[in-house]
Design a binder for this molecule. Structure first.
Ligand code: FA5
Length: 342
């Protein structure tokens, strides 16, 4: 009777185990057969107490053997499905370590910064130091000390951006000439790159805020020849050894004599092209010998000392060098534009 019951249970378990097709079904099978509370074999064990001692021992041994078979089979099923799940997961989450990594984008120096650094390198190698000055100035630095008379149009609010209390944004780096001569006594050679502000209407060659670099050298017996030699050397190092300069008479209140400086086009060498608009020459900036009144404003004796000064526009240099159609691009902060410069 008990032997029959055992065979029946074994056959039933085999049939159920054969139909198991998932890990969760295998877990459910385990609960159904060996679960502590309501497992079929657990219930069968509980009936042992009602049997006679001889039958109980025999049936008990066989029931335990069946339980071992059931446990073994269920463990086999579970580990089979577990292994399959792991294998599937490995395939699903496979990482192709041979794929190239994601490119990290790093910042670049702004074209104005690149140009300023090239200019600084050239002048520093010629013994110049780099000077700095405020962007907000009083009338003394903006005009008086630079020999700009009270009636001069540059003082008008149409040209200069005034702030409160008579202060104004500097419209040229020439203001740093005054600071430099107040800070140090001659002989001195400085360059001063920096931002300047003008009430200019923006267009392809004008920004209301742009960069200039000022140069100033004060010593004994400085001549126009020194100025020409210095700017000539600068353009040769900047634009190539064959670059020539030309000086055209001009007027600035703070220099006498004054000159506009041009250099031969770096693209066509002077033959005439799109960059130089067919003239063969490109404007570099203003220059001249420091006016005696400017030296007097900072208590330097013009009988003993003389000097030269120049002021160059960095934005336009940048525009020409990088062949930009419009220098306003420099301040639009479009990453696609800025990424191109090194
Ligand atoms: C001056 O600013 C004088 N301070 C230069 C100078 C210094 C003369 C020392 C003598 C001695 P100017 O206004 O020409 O000069 O300007 C110089 C350069 O600034 C120009 O050649 C041009 O390259 C640049 N520039 C002028 N206005 C603008 C603007 N709105 N946008 C971009 N660049 C400009």
């Amino acid at each position: 009777m008990e032997a029959e019951r055992l065979e029946q249970l074994r056959a039933q378990f085999s049939a159920e185990a054969a139909g198991i097709d998932s890990e969760s079904a295998a877990s459910a099978l385990r609960d159904r057969w060996t679960g502590r509370k309501s497992g079929l074999l657990t219930a069968e064990m509980k009936t042992l107490g009602k049997l006679s001692p001889d039958v109980r021992r025999e049936f008990g041994l066989q029931l335990n053997a069946l339980k071992d078979e059931v446990d073994g089979r269920i463990a086999e099923l579970l580990s089979g499905f577990g292994a399959r799940r792991e294998a599937e997961q490995l395939v699903r989450e496979r990482i192709d370590v041979t794929l190239p990594g994601r490119r990290q984008s790093s910042g670049r120096l702004h074209p104005i910064t690149l140009m300023r650094e090239r200019i600084e390198e050239i002048f520093v190698s010629m013994g110049y130091t780099i000077e700095d000055g405020p962007e907000i100035e009083t009338d003394f630095y903006n005009f008086d000390a630079l020999n700009i008379p009270p009636s001069h149009p540059a003082r008008s609010s149409q040209d200069t951006l005034y702030l409160e209390n008579g202060l104004a944004l500097r419209s040229q780096t020439s203001t740093v000439q005054i600071h430099a001569m107040q800070r140090r006594r001659p002989p001195l050679r400085v360059i001063a790159p920096g931002r300047v502000y003008r009430r200019d209407t923006p267009d392809a060659t004008h920004n209301p805020m742009f960069f200039q670099v000022e140069g100033l050298l004060v010593d004994r017996r400085v001549t126009l020849g020194d100025l020409k030699g210095t700017l000539g050397e600068f353009v040769r190092r900047m634009f190539g050894p064959g670059t020539r300069t030309r000086f055209r008479p001009s007027y600035f209140p703070f220099t006498e004599p004054s000159a506009e400086v041009d250099y031969s086009c770096f693209k066509c060498g002077g033959a005439g092209c799109r960059i130089c608009k067919g003239s063969g020459w490109i404007e570099l900036g203003g220059s001249g010998l420091v006016h005696p009144n400017v030296l007097r404003a900072v208590a330097i004796d013009p009988e003993e000392f003389s000097g030269f000064a120049f002021g160059l526009g960095i934005d336009r240099m940048c525009g020409l060098m990088y062949d930009l159609d419009d220098i306003r691009l420099l301040y639009e902060n479009d990453a696609r534009f800025l990424e191109q410069f090194r």
